[in-house]
Design a binder for this molecule. Structure first.
Ligand SMILES: [Fe+2]
Length: 234
């Protein structure tokens, strides 16, 4: 209980929502499913593109993103093996159902003038790589069957990462946790890495840490879609 079972959405920053939506719908072929003001954030646009039945690829465009410059080797890797700052996304890999569809997608990308590397066979998947707008390094991958951990957890890499045999056992079989039904109280916000509120958000951020769960929900809940449902014609 309490185990994540998939990606709901990945949110990527953009300064040009229309350019990203154009690429992912017209070039890649994904469908736009939501485009609205981000809840609780002034003048900030949130978009969702359908990614299978239960997942979305999302973009966020805030006004100050227009003046934040990407830095190759810091915020962006430039290519699929490039370095970035810890915690930054190195690349984004999206699933494609089969190798036939991977090649069809490559045709689609190339017909729009995009240079594509691959597919290459990694054994655990076959992948191809393309540069999306704003320096987003994109991989499309297809795999057949689950990964065999016996063949894909390399003892040399385990040792390189400073992981002991007992820690490895714990990583592969995490300890169970008995649900408390949501009754565990909030720890002090400075006890672990936590949100960092910068600029004009700083004072509001400090106040945010003092709110109860009910107050946070009352402040941020947006249970109604932004556009009223059309009534069917009589
Ligand atoms: Fe990858």
């Amino acid at each position: 209980m309490g185990l994540p079972n998939g990606v709901h959405h990945l949110a990527i920053a953009t300064r040009d929502m229309k350019a990203q939506l154009t690429f992912f719908t017209q070039v890649v072929g994904m469908e736009l499913e939501a485009l609205y003001w981000m809840h609780g954030v002034e003048n900030t646009v949130h978009a969702f593109l359908r990614l299978g039945d239960t997942c979305s690829l999302s973009f966020v465009q805030a006004p100050d993103m227009a003046s934040i410059e990407p830095v190759m080797g810091v915020s962006h890797p430039g290519f699929s093996a490039g370095s970035v700052a810890p915690g930054a996304m190195q690349h984004l890999a999206l699933s494609v159902p089969s190798e036939v569809e991977l090649l069809a997608l490559r045709d689609r990308l190339r017909s729009h003038g995009y240079w594509v590397a691959g597919p290459v066979n990694h054994n655990l998947c076959k992948s191809m790589y393309v540069q999306a707008p704003e320096g987003l390094v994109l991989e499309f991958a297809t795999e057949e069957g689950a990964i065999d951990t016996e063949q894909w957890i390399d003892p040399a890499v385990v040792a390189f990462c400073g992981i002991s045999p007992s820690e490895l056992e714990g990583f592969m079989r995490p300890p169970p946790f008995q649900s408390q039904g949501g009754k565990v109280s909030q720890p002090p916000p400075n006890t672990r890495p936590n949100f960092v509120f910068t600029g004009e958000w700083a004072p509001r951020g400090e106040a945010f840490f003092q709110l109860t769960d009910a107050q946070i929900a009352a402040a941020l809940d947006s249970p109604t879609p932004p556009v009223p449902k059309r009534r069917p014609a009589p």
